[in-house]
Design a protein around this ligand. Structure first.
Ligand code: WTA
Length: 645
């Protein structure tokens, strides 16, 4: 466990602007003890409903099936656009920062309304309506947001596919979701280079005869093939469509979107989210967890192809009338200063990013922070994996100049919105700690026998009861949601994550449960060992997995990437083992430590531990689905090195 008493007092920042601890405790208690009153008040305050609900929630804990705001109606696009027009029609809804540092664009709520209505009408004119699935395969351009909002305006269900997904991955998703419409672009742009998006789409579509309409955003004007009668320019279609498009009243339980989860934990699954509950929890968490104030600029660096982008680039911010920044490019183009230039140029107040990005920028060295002031920053968020103390320190000290609290938010594609975070209370921050549950969320720790652990302890993180933005189904798999999430521990939602609750009752995430290594009956979180290894100044990245050991049950295998130019020698090896010994104990020392030039990652930047586990276990027969792997050569190099050990 991280000993936070070792951190200087400066790190214990109190969050003055969010509810006081007493307020949080009172509201949290109400959300659990009297959910009817709590959610009625919150839902009325946060959203516009065109028809009231008859009942707040019905939940079957055996199957996981849940209904929220039964009988109620609302429209997501109305809540994210129309209702802001009177008050802030001329305010900026979207700031678009191009890959090219010289180019950016601001779109007001009024303009957004116009574009979304026209596109919605264009979709309707092509026969698309309530319940129809529309696939969005776009880079980070404003049109991607118009497309999502246009779908929600007419009740169509969008499925956004990450624009770096292969043609095969796109095809699989188009087929699985049974889409008849695709919205894509001629090319995408990253680090000054053009990538043939339409070409990929064309390849995917060869096997998707059901897709009858393709709208193409002209991003670069690059040469593309064209199928007459199927392909239409996005801007042409928009130009010709009428501007008046009433928002379709939708049932709270109608599906809003399907999102396929990243493949790092197996075959991608189409997670289905609802209209009312999902929008409510994303809107509420955006406002509360990030303490959003009117006119602030919020920048979530995720891609809209992932849940973080859906919930905190699009729905959470726009439901609150916020200004949301989207960036087309990568963190280190033209150099590692780019993020901080964007922060200064657009006066970003709240930055929400991932530890993997922080580590990569940190690795480039302090000189890239020197040219920017970053004084507009007020809150720094983190998501996607446990944030190791070194990245936390750098984020807090170097990036935020010790002024901005670090808000480490834990949640999942399946939870739809933030579940654990520090900001809802005014408690002190603990580096690397996700702290406390959001209103209505009841996290529970289970031991190996599936019994609830009370008080401090470590175990499997499960959730008791239902929350509004809970997944409603896995698309096309009637039993899937129950089997995967509600059967492992009957009566609870199974997160697949391990966690620890400390003596203050605060929550620490220790990594996916399958990353928890049980060695000689000692329970060890892979993330904990990784954090220790990462404390070494010459180490850029580390991933630790378990492998079967006949004596100890499991052994520890570490894959370690040294900084550029560092020699991976015996001395470094010993220093790392010593570091683990001193940080955690000799028992936690990896039995195997392999220096790796790079680690295998999904295109969303998650380390593919499943592959590392296979390599560590010398189980190299079949590597399973590696279609989401960003760079397959990395795996080959690791296998070769492993075979030579
Ligand atoms: C991990 C991303 C520790 C966790 C929103 C979870 C985290 C998985 C954190 C979901 C965090 C996300 N601390 N671990 N703050 N945030 N995770 O579906 O293992 O892409 O189960 O959703 O990421 O990833 P997903």
């Amino acid at each position: 466990m991280l000993d936070i008493s070792a951190y200087p007092a400066a790190h214990k920042v109190s969050l003055a602007a969010v509810p006081s601890d007493a307020d949080y405790q009172r509201l949290y208690r109400q959300s659990i003890d009297d959910p009817h009153t709590f959610w009625s008040e919150q839902a009325q305050a946060a959203l516009n409903w065109s028809r009231p609900w008859k009942q707040i929630n019905a939940f079957d804990s055996a199957t996981g099936h849940t209904l929220w705001f039964m009988g109620a109606q609302l429209n997501v696009s109305h809540n994210c656009i129309d209702r802001h027009l009177d008050l802030r029609g001329e305010h900026t809804a979207i700031i678009w920062e191009s890959d090219d540092p010289e180019e950016s664009l601001r779109i007001s709520y009024r303009q957004l309304h116009r574009y979304v209505c026209r596109l919605a009408n264009a979709l309707k004119a092509r026969g698309i309506g309530k319940g129809d699935r529309v696939c969005i395969y776009l880079p980070m351009v404003p049109e991607a947001l118009y497309a999502m909002l246009a779908c929600s305006r007419i009740g169509a269900v969008h499925t956004v596919v990450f624009n770096e997904s292969s043609a095969e991955a796109l095809r699989d998703r188009l087929l699985d979701a049974d889409c008849h419409t695709l919205i894509t672009a001629d090319e995408s742009v990253a680090a000054g280079k053009h990538h043939p998006l339409k070409l990929q789409a064309d390849q995917a579509l060869l096997e998707c005869p059901a897709v009858k309409t393709v709208l193409v955003v002209e991003r670069t004007g690059g040469r593309i093939d064209w199928v007459a009668g199927r392909d239409y320019w996005f801007h042409e279609v928009l130009r010709l469509a009428p501007e008046d498009c009433p928002a379709e009243p939708m049932n709270a339980e109608d599906p809003l979107f399907i999102l396929y989860t990243s493949g790092s934990t197996g075959k991608p699954k189409g997670v289905v989210h609802s209209t009312g509950g999902y929008l409510l929890q994303t809107a509420m968490t955006f406002k509360t967890v990030f303490d959003y104030h009117e006119d602030e600029v919020f920048w979530c660096t995720a891609d809209i192809g992932w849940i973080t982008g859906q919930s905190y680039i699009v729905y959470g911010p726009l439901a609150n009338g916020a200004t949301t920044l989207i960036y087309e490019g990568i963190p280190d183009y033209p150099n590692a200063e780019r993020y901080w230039q964007i922060v200064d140029r657009h006066q970003v107040n709240i930055l929400y990013t991932a530890p993997t990005i922080l580590r990569s920028l940190m690795r480039e060295g302090p000189r890239f922070l020197q040219e920017s002031a970053r004084t507009s920053l007020r809150i720094l968020g983190s998501v996607g994996e446990p944030i190791d103390p070194e990245a936390w320190e750098w984020y807090f000290n170097a990036v935020g100049l010790q002024r901005c609290p670090i808000i480490d938010t834990w949640w999942q594609t399946e939870t739809g919105a933030i579940m654990l975070s520090p900001s809802v209370s005014s408690q002190q921050l603990k580096p690397g700690c996700a702290m406390q549950p959001f209103y209505g969320v009841q996290p529970v720790l289970l031991d190996d026998d599936g019994e609830e652990i009370h008080g401090p302890g470590a175990g499997a993180l499960v959730i008791k009861g239902s929350w509004p933005s809970q997944l409603r189904a896995l698309h096309g798999d009637t039993e899937g949601m129950t089997t995967r999430y509600f059967q492992p521990h009957p009566g609870y939602y199974f997160t697949g994550d391990g966690a620890r609750r400390d003596a203050d009752g605060d929550w620490w995430l220790t990594g996916r449960i399958d990353d928890v290594i049980t060695l000689s009956s000692q329970r060890l979180g892979a993330a904990e060992i990784e954090s220790a290894l990462l404390l070494h100044p010459n180490i850029a990245e580390a991933a630790v997995v378990g492998y079967p050991d006949p004596d100890k049950g499991q052994g520890i295998y570490a894959f370690v990437t040294p900084m550029n130019g560092v020699s991976a020698d015996e001395d470094l090896h010993q220093e790392l083992l010593t570091l683990v010994s001193t940080q955690i104990g000799r028992f936690a020392r990896p039995a195997w430590l392999q220096f790796a030039p790079a680690l295998p990652k999904t295109r969303s930047g998650k380390i593919m531990r499943r592959l590392l586990r296979k390599i560590a276990s010398n189980d190299l027969g079949s590597l399973g689905d590696i279609s989401t792997l960003a760079d397959p050569e990395v795996v080959q190099a690791l296998i070769e090195a492993r075979l030579n050990t």
